[in-house]
Write a protein that binds this ligand. Structure first.
Ligand code: PXP
Length: 243
């Protein structure tokens, strides 16, 4: 089996908490349970509007997560300063719009290469690895590489949303081509967004993709089976596809 990292995004445990402004359910507890279930990394998105994860969650998780902490954030001055001080193991830069329900597309690194280059260098100087969340697009991959990113996370959302066999095949091929290009130029390749137990196998079988970040479907499944079992089930599904 080809090794992989499973990052569990616990944002939506915080979504439930924020819906009532209570102290429960705590995403910090969810992170611990995810680690007990086999998570290799905890992923959280500190959004500008703080709609789910709060600064306090980041602070406590930095002190308690025993695997690795991956902070998703927009490339803003405020967030870069927070990351530099808090020192997650990795930052994943994502585009962010206030009105979106969830991250909608990848970064346009090709258009804003100098901006990302500057942010990446600043974070790397703070001993933080930087991954860029991009669509599986060859121009974006080349731009990410030139900007000095340590890794790219390929947006798997279009593949997950495919409703016809033709679109499904096209989107899977895009992911495959993108992952092969990354491998060729020596850029670590991750994947995430929209993955669940039903659609993960074809993406997991792309061996160039070595890390998967999965949140919504796992938190949803955890409501019925518990976080530990939901994570363990996903880990088995990905491992089986890489045999
Ligand atoms: N990767 C990135 C960069 C994301 O922004 C998200 C959503 O926060 C995920 C992975 C996880 O997506 P999902 O919640 O659909 O599994």
């Amino acid at each position: 089996m080809k090794e992989f990292t499973l990052g569990i995004n616990v944002d939506h445990v915080a979504t439930l908490r924020q819906a009532r402004g209570t102290t429960y359910p705590d995403p910090v507890t969810a992170a611990l349970q995810a680690e007990l279930g086999g998570a290799d990394q905890i992923t959280i998105h500190l959004r500008e509007d703080r709609r789910h994860i709060q600064d306090r969650d980041l602070r406590i998780m930095r002190a308690t997560v025993q695997t690795r902490l991956n902070l998703e954030m927009a490339a803003t001055k405020e967030m870069t300063k927070i990351a530099f001080e808090c020192k997650p193991d990795m930052v994943t830069l994502v585009p962010e719009k206030r009105e979106e329900l969830t991250t909608e597309g990848g970064l346009d690194v090709a258009l804003n290469r100098e901006l990302y280059k500057e942010q990446i260098r600043f974070l790397q100087d703070g001993d933080i690895k930087v991954s860029l969340f991009i669509d599986p697009d060859l121009d974006q991959i080349r731009a990410a590489h030139k900007a000095g990113a340590d890794a790219v996370e390929l947006h798997t959302g279009s593949f997950c949303d495919a409703r016809s066999p033709a679109v499904y095949e096209k989107e899977l091929q895009r992911l495959l081509d993108a992952a092969k290009t990354c491998a060729k130029i020596g850029l670590a390749t991750y994947g995430g967004h929209g993955l669940n137990l039903q659609n993960v196998a074809p993406v997991a079988s792309i061996l160039e993709i070595t890390e998967f970040n999965i949140g919504h479907s796992i938190v949803g499944h955890a409501v019925f089976v518990g976080m530990k079992d939901a994570v363990a089930e996903m880990k088995r599904a990905i491992a089986a596809a890489r045999n």
